[in-house]
Design a protein around this ligand. Structure first.
Ligand SMILES: Cc1cc2nc3c(=O)[nH]c(=O)nc-3n(C[C@H](O)[C@H](O)[C@H](O)COP(=O)(O)OP(=O)(O)OC[C@H]3O[C@@H](n4cnc5c(N)ncnc54)[C@H](O)[C@@H]3O)c2cc1C
Ligand SMILES: *[C@@H]1O[C@H](CO)[C@@H](O)[C@H](O)[C@H]1NC(C)=O
Ligand SMILES: *[C@@H]1O[C@H](CO)[C@@H](O)[C@H](O)[C@H]1NC(C)=O
Ligand SMILES: *[C@@H]1O[C@H](CO)[C@@H](O)[C@H](O)[C@H]1NC(C)=O
Ligand SMILES: *[C@@H]1O[C@H](CO)[C@@H](O)[C@H](O)[C@H]1NC(C)=O
Ligand SMILES: *[C@@H]1O[C@H](CO)[C@@H](O)[C@H](O)[C@H]1NC(C)=O
Ligand SMILES: *[C@@H]1O[C@H](CO)[C@@H](O)[C@H](O)[C@H]1NC(C)=O
Ligand SMILES: *[C@@H]1O[C@H](CO)[C@@H](O)[C@H](O)[C@H]1NC(C)=O
Ligand SMILES: *[C@@H]1O[C@H](CO)[C@@H](O)[C@H](O)[C@H]1NC(C)=O
Length: 492
């Protein structure tokens, strides 16, 4: 028996080695074929500035990876050819657009092919239909700047350097969402390369099941090459940042609760609270905007009684307002999301946790740790707008809710596990508090979630079942589940 087990173990080891070698060989072959087929679009692994710049694309160093090669298709036909090649040889690959997902290998890969969409730069405004077609490689800045020429904007990122693709495929929270829904609800067409290399349009009339699935389906269905999205008129707005002291956090959250639960919340008013709860020299940032050129509108009344340390609100263009966002220069990031229905007592308990929890003291042992509590009010109108637009895969309930995020920034790779674990513990404390208060909401906002939060399972069993059924139709061999390992997955 012992000999038999020994032999079996040896055989298993040999098979494993053989398959690893086979994979390495086919990976090598695929990279060289990409190099010969798309010579000026392919970068092979190596110690050179071009490779390093692409492998170590930021926003966060936690997203760096070292692929065997990086290929940057310049049009949909090339993206099709690349997908056919990697699936034919069954080599692992990753898909990256704006590169803003901080999850380790969420949009990157070690030993595999990285498909980077940066050269997909279509940007066509269609004035007749008031829609814009956006190449997958663009960032929101390019989109907003182009649309501004026409006095219009789109439902997209609040920070302009974020990629269009990841944001829309993960839902997309915008300052316009109370009015028009999430970013994905405003997509009218996805042009997408599916697993067998076919290029499809997914929209309300053509492949409508895939259209629905891509609204929250992340990278589980294909490589999107363009998004066509609705646009809306925009003029000057009133907005900017009001800064408060950290000791004012409970007052700001109390005001926020009143703002959120007022009988008829004005959908032109939008805001985000960010509190650096470990660093009182940063304090609390209230980023507010009224989407009309009207100073100090009634919608923000609950905040006006709290004296800010600094007030940068002014009437300005929407793009200038977004440009005023403060981006700390921190090398490594992780973030954790949870949702709840707000109440005054819940907000007060959350303020206590993020300032006084013993976990905060443990986090202080992480070099240069910066914790930012982000509070994002979501009106039930956001969910209604999504339903009106044909529905999405997110499984949201039409209740007034808050999407909370804990952003953790730090300096050293040696602290990665600790920063992740401690921030996760804080999130669990907040979650437990909202469960105890009977205010917990199951939905996890993908774009603020950490890599180990099972976002898609939280869409609910009905949505999950339907997503898997759509996957079986468009990707029966599960290429985007098996070969694309990074990102938020559907599971089996
Ligand atoms: C500073 C900052 C501000 C942010 N602000 C907002 C905000 O206001 N609203 C909001 O909703 N979110 C926001 N986010 C979150 C952001 O939307 C997500 O991190 C999103 O994943 C980033 O998209 P990306 O294209 O830049 O990312 P990437 O890292 O390139 O990709 C993210 C994921 O999408 C997949 N993917 C990328 N491109 C494609 C494609 N073409 N086809 C298929 N799959 C693809 C990748 O494989 C990966 O899993 C912000 C993030 C940062 C860092
Ligand atoms: C790659 O080379 C082709 C053919 O020479 C050229 O048309 C194309 O513009 C190049 N693409 C990039 C991104 O440099
Ligand atoms: C990469 O090249 C640089 C300059 O040639 C060299 O200093 C460095 O040690 C090299 N790094 C590795 C990992 O080989
Ligand atoms: C939907 O897809 C069909 C088929 O490709 C296409 O003809 C049509 O223009 C698309 N609709 C939109 C709104 O893009
Ligand atoms: C959410 O709040 C708005 C505005 O305050 C209110 O009109 C609406 O009825 C609330 N939605 C639900 C589902 O309670
Ligand atoms: C607090 O933030 C300020 C401003 O960004 C920074 O200079 C300082 O180093 C931070 N302090 C700590 C302890 O992180
Ligand atoms: C991102 O890139 C810029 C320049 O390209 C660099 O200055 C910055 O340090 C990088 N940030 C991170 C987090 O790596
Ligand atoms: C933190 O704890 C102190 C002491 O118990 C308390 O006075 C303070 O209000 C707490 N902070 C918050 C934000 O709740
Ligand atoms: C590719 O997959 C789609 C969806 O499963 C299918 O309709 C189509 O026939 C396939 N095309 C080829 C060439 O296999």
């Amino acid at each position: 028996m012992a000999v038999f087990h020994f032999t079996m173990a040896w055989l298993a080891w040999l098979l494993c080695l053989l398959s690893l070698t086979a994979q390495a060989t086919s990976l090598d072959r695929v990279c060289h074929q990409l190099q010969s087929q798309y010579s000026n679009l392919t970068t092979l692994a190596g110690n050179n500035t071009q490779y390093t710049a692409l492998a170590e694309e930021n926003w966060s160093q936690t997203a760096w990876g070292y692929p065997s090669c990086i290929v940057q298709p310049a049009n949909a036909a090339q993206a099709q050819g690349i997908v056919r090649l990697v699936t034919e040889h069954q080599v692992p690959f990753a898909i990256r657009s704006g590169g803003h997902l901080p999850s380790p290998l969420g949009a990157n890969i070690n030993r595999g092919v990285l498909i980077d969409t940066s050269f997909l730069k279509t940007l066509d405004y269609d004035a007749t239909n008031e829609v814009v077609t956006i190449g997958a490689g663009l960032r929101w800045r390019a989109v907003y700047t182009e649309l501004e020429k026409y006095g219009r904007t789109a439902v997209g990122g609040r920070i302009m350097d974020v990629g269009v693709s990841g944001l829309l495929l993960g839902s997309g929270l915008s300052y316009l969402s109370d009015l028009y829904g999430l970013g994905c609800d405003n997509v009218v067409n996805f042009e997408v390369v599916i697993a067998n290399g076919t290029l499809l349009n997914a929209n309300a009339t053509s492949n409508p099941d895939l259209f629905w699935a891509l609204k929250g389906g992340a990278n589980n269905f294909g490589i999107v090459t363009t998004f066509t999205v609705r646009t809306y008129p925009i003029g000057n707005v009133w907005g900017g940042i009001k800064i408060y002291g950290l000791d004012q956090l409970p007052d700001v959250l109390a005001a926020l609760n009143t703002y959120q639960l007022v009988a008829n919340k004005d959908p032109y008013a939008n805001l985000m609270v960010q509190a650096a709860t470990m660093n009182s020299s940063i304090g609390v940032l209230l980023n507010l905007v009224y989407l009309k050129p009207e100073a100090s509108p009634a919608a923000f009344e609950p905040f006006y009684g709290i004296p800010p340390l600094k007030d940068m609100t002014t009437i300005q263009s929407f793009v200038d307002f977004m440009d005023g966002a403060v981006m700390p220069d921190i090398p490594r990031w992780d973030w954790h999301a949870t949702s709840f229905q707000p109440s005054a007592s819940l907000y007060s308990q959350i303020a206590d946790i993020v300032v006084n929890s013993s976990v905060i003291n443990e986090l202080r042992t992480v070099n240069t740790a910066t914790l930012v509590l982000g509070i994002q009010p979501i009106s039930s109108s956001v969910v209604d707008a999504g339903v009106a637009a044909g529905g999405n895969a997110l499984g949201l309930n039409a209740v007034n809710q808050t999407w909370l995020v804990l952003d953790i920034g730090w300096a050293d790779a040696t602290d990665d596990a600790k920063a992740h674990r401690l921030t996760g513990t804080l999130r669990e404390q907040i979650e437990q508090t909202s469960v105890d208060a009977g205010r917990h909401v199951e939905y996890i906002f993908m774009n603020d979630a950490s890599w180990d939060q099972d976002v898609i399972a939280h869409y609910g069993s009905q949505s999950l079942g339907q997503l898997r059924a759509v996957r079986d139709l468009y990707d029966p061999t599960r290429v985007f589940g098996r070969l694309v390992r990074g990102g938020f997955k559907l599971g089996t």
